[in-house]
Write a protein that binds this ligand. Structure first.
Ligand code: SF4
Length: 393
């Protein structure tokens, strides 16, 4: 699949959820019919404006995320797919033409699956988080384990495309055994891609406030690590490979859209709070942040965008930071062709000072499994090296 600027990826943000999980600080709200209409009109206008500016490119991949895109009214979803899907670039031989929609399993019914299949979508990514009711209740996750399982079974029976499921470890009320059973169940259902995130809580989220007041307690760090270790053992035994810190898949089922993101390729972004990125000559990136203020975005999406360049050692560090999240790491050739210099010029010495965490060969630098778990210490050292270089420039 081409990742050249001629074929940027497209991200469409849906800022709506049916209810809010208590740990989450993603940009989304519980919305009325009027919000949907204003959002739909604004993203349509924004797409037209981007098309004019970038000469209506085909998209190497399309990702409709949120929020919860599966709660968008069916007619609107069909109309969005009718406008976007003809723009999906034909995949290279052997590659998968990837167009993903994020969904809550609760919303999966025959009607939604028909809309997605008829619209040409190729990949479904569902947020499961946990199939333990105690854990779900304690983070106010919509639906029960039973109703979530029913949605997942419908995907197995009716969905012909690829599928991915998200899980969280370190939830209050979760058990290592339960997490293993959840992942095993998803693997049995044929989910070829599984994401496993550590619970992160925004301080001022409802859950963060409950913890501060002593009304809720999270698993201790070693208990959360036990959850992770149990999950890891299960995923490896079922043939999944960790290709990014929080993402596992069966061979060949990596998310092309997310790989483009971690490789800091080109993508355009629609919807409030979403950010686009375009590579620039000389190893810089043009970042375009859509406003997180819904009203500002709906009033004039293009005017709400803040654009800025990331260049020099900042661009190099960001590229390194994203690349080291992935098992493939940072390839020497890719780095050199982007920045016109070897990676060693900025980061060679510091990367080589972490044997066991960062592996080095002719192709480049990549994190070991332990390196992925402790990436922050490597990145902090790289950040210091970057700042020192910037100061001496
Ligand atoms: S975790 Fe997902 S479903 Fe829950 S509030 Fe956040 S975006 Fe919405």
């Amino acid at each position: 699949m081409s990742l050249s600027p001629a074929n940027p990826a497209l991200y469409l943000h849906v800022p709506f959820c049916a209810s809010r999980c208590s740990y989450c600080d993603f940009h989304s709200r519980v919305a009325s019919a009027e919000h949907y209409e204003r959002w739909f009109a604004a993203v349509g206008l924004h797409l037209s404006a981007l098309d004019e500016r970038h000469r209506a490119p085909s998209f190497s991949s399309i990702y409709i995320g949120g929020g919860t895109p599966s709660i968008v009214p069916g007619t609107m979803l069909s109309a969005a797919l009718a406008r976007l899907m003809p723009r999906l670039a034909p995949a290279d031989v052997g590659a998968f033409p990837e167009a993903t929609l994020e969904a809550n399993p609760e919303d999966i019914d025959e009607e939604l699956l028909a809309i997605l299949a008829d619209g040409g979508l190729t990949r479904l990514s569902v947020g499961v988080q946990s199939l333990e009711d105690t854990a779900r209740r304690r983070v106010q996750r919509r639906g029960s384990a039973t109703s979530t399982r029913a949605g997942l079974e419908r995907i197995r029976k009716r969905w012909k495309g690829r599928s991915s499921a998200d899980f969280i470890y370190g939830l209050p009320g979760q058990s290592a055994r339960g997490l293993q059973e959840d992942l095993s169940y998803a693997a049995d259902l044929g989910f070829g891609h599984l994401s496993l995130y550590e619970l992160t809580i925004a301080e001022d989220s409802p859950l963060g406030l409950r913890i501060k007041r002593g009304e809720e307690r999270l698993p201790e760090p070693d208990e959360a690590f036990e959850h992770y270790a149990a999950a890891r053992e299960l995923l490896l035994s079922r043939g999944y490979r960790r290709y990014e810190i929080s993402n596992w898949c069966l061979p060949g089922q990596e998310s092309a859209h997310n790989l483009n993101y971690w490789r800091m390729g080109d993508w355009l972004a629609l919807g409030p709070s979403a950010s686009g990125n375009l590579r620039q000559e000389g190893g810089a990136f043009l970042r375009a942040d859509n406003s997180s203020d819904d009203e500002a975005y709906y009033a004039d999406p293009m005017a709400s965008v803040s654009e800025y360049r990331i260049e020099g050692s900042d661009a190099r560090f960001e590229y390194l930071m994203m690349g080291l999240r992935c098992a493939e790491g940072v390839r020497r050739e890719a780095y050199r062709s982007l920045f016109g210099e070897p990676i060693e010029r900025c980061f060679g010495a510091v990367l080589s000072s972490f044997p066991g965490l960062i592996e080095e060969d002719e192709a480049g630098y990549r994190p070991s499994d332990r390196g992925m778990d402790t990436l922050n210490q490597v990145l902090l050292a790289c950040l210091s090296a970057k700042d020192a270089k910037k100061a001496s420039a």
